[in-house]
Design a protein around this ligand. Structure first.
Ligand code: FDA
Length: 308
């Protein structure tokens, strides 16, 4: 309950115009670069190369969400499509994550689907993979609907989805989507949600998380276990060993700039670790979610503000 209230407060304060202004003016200097790789693609690809050299795979996230202008959605689709040849040319170990609202889901679903078809077709040419991030609960059903259409056309080797364990509905969604080796990233959930749709208590969110991953692996699905929670990671490793689930059926995913030691420990232990690496200029909403997850991060930002 306390966690939910803290998250809600941080996300509400972040919407105040003066706070947004301060960050947008001084962003990278206020420590945003801990969580965001870079504002430009060439700098980002250099960071990806560095992560690859440390043995980590990457999923690139071109930042942006809630786009309400169809021209901007189209431009975003073109930029995201161009990532695959760049990744291939540089022989990077990276795939791509997208948000449907950056491709205009809130404007109209048909053109969002068209943009996604273009992106996944481009991914297929490079034998790459696209993951649809899950946003707030106002778009959960539409996101699942678009995912199902793409899954039917491109198959689980090209397209995957995220489910959030804080939503009451997600266990059932995972169960319905689970057949046929579906590739699901399981996260706890990062948005401000009401108790009508999401568990208010963190213990319930954590318990649902492990239940969903275990059930999905048991069903034969591929799981991207996306968390920095060491207890959950241990539980999943023990579960996979007990049930004889091969390492090729799951991977661990963490966010750029968070829990570096844990990332490196898992790589050393021989697990596939993929780092969610956001880049671009539209970092504000992403950054505020990272602060809301762990308000102690505010001290980290304050230290940057006090730096000469
Ligand atoms: P939890 O919040 O319990 O944190 C466990 C530990 O991790 C903390 O004690 C702390 O040490 C560390 N930690 C967590 N967050 C931190 C932070 N911001 N700064 C510093 N340390 C931190 N959400 C969503 O709604 N839709 C999505 O599509 C995605 N996609 C996504 C991809 C990947 C690869 C990851 C790892 C996460 C997401 N998320 C997401 C975010 C997710 O929902 C969740 O908010 C965060 O992962 C934080 O939850 P944890 O599972 O880490 O657990």
């Amino acid at each position: 309950m306390k966690d939910r209230l803290l998250r809600k407060s941080v996300l509400t304060i972040a919407e105040f115009a003066p706070v947004r202004w301060l960050f947008l003016k001084y962003g990278m200097k206020l420590g945003v670069d801990r969580f965001v790789a870079a504002e430009t693609l060439p700098e980002t690809l250099e960071k990806v190369r560095g992560l690859n050299e440390e043995g980590m795979h990457v999923t690139l996230d071109y930042l942006g969400e809630n786009v309400l202008d169809s021209g901007q959605a189209e431009e975003t689709a073109a930029i995201i499509s161009s990532l695959f040849p760049a990744i291939q040319q540089l022989r990077l170990q990276a795939n791509v994550s997208v948000k449907l609202t950056q491709l205009g889901l809130r404007i109209d679903r048909a053109s969002c689907l068209k943009h996604m078809e273009r992106i996944v077709s481009e991914a297929a040419v490079s034998r790459s993979f696209v993951r649809i991030d899950m946003e707030d609960s106002t778009v959960t059903q539409e996101t699942i609907d678009v995912f199902r259409l793409l899954l039917r056309r491109f198959g689980p080797g090209r397209i995957g989805l995220v489910l959030q364990s804080y939503l009451y509905r997600s266990e059932q969604d995972a169960d319905q989507l689970g057949a046929g080796g579906t590739n699901l990233r399981i996260v706890k959930g990062a948005y401000r949600e009401s108790p009508d749709v999401a568990f208010p208590d963190k213990r319930d969110v954590d318990a649902a998380y492990t239940r969903i991953v275990k059930a999905h692996l048991t069903k034969g699905g591929y799981a991207a276990v996306a968390t920095h929670d060491p207890e959950i990671i241990d539980t999943i490793i023990r579960f996979s060993k007990d049930k004889g689930i091969p390492r090729g059926r799951f991977e661990f995913q963490m966010l750029y700039g968070i829990a570096g030691d844990l990332q490196r420990d898992l790589v050393r232990a021989g697990y596939l670790v993929r780092i969610y690496t956001p880049f671009g200029r539209l970092w504000y909403p992403y950054f505020t979610r990272r602060i809301a997850e762990r308000p102690a991060n505010l001290w980290f930002v304050a230290k940057h503000m006090l730096r000469p």
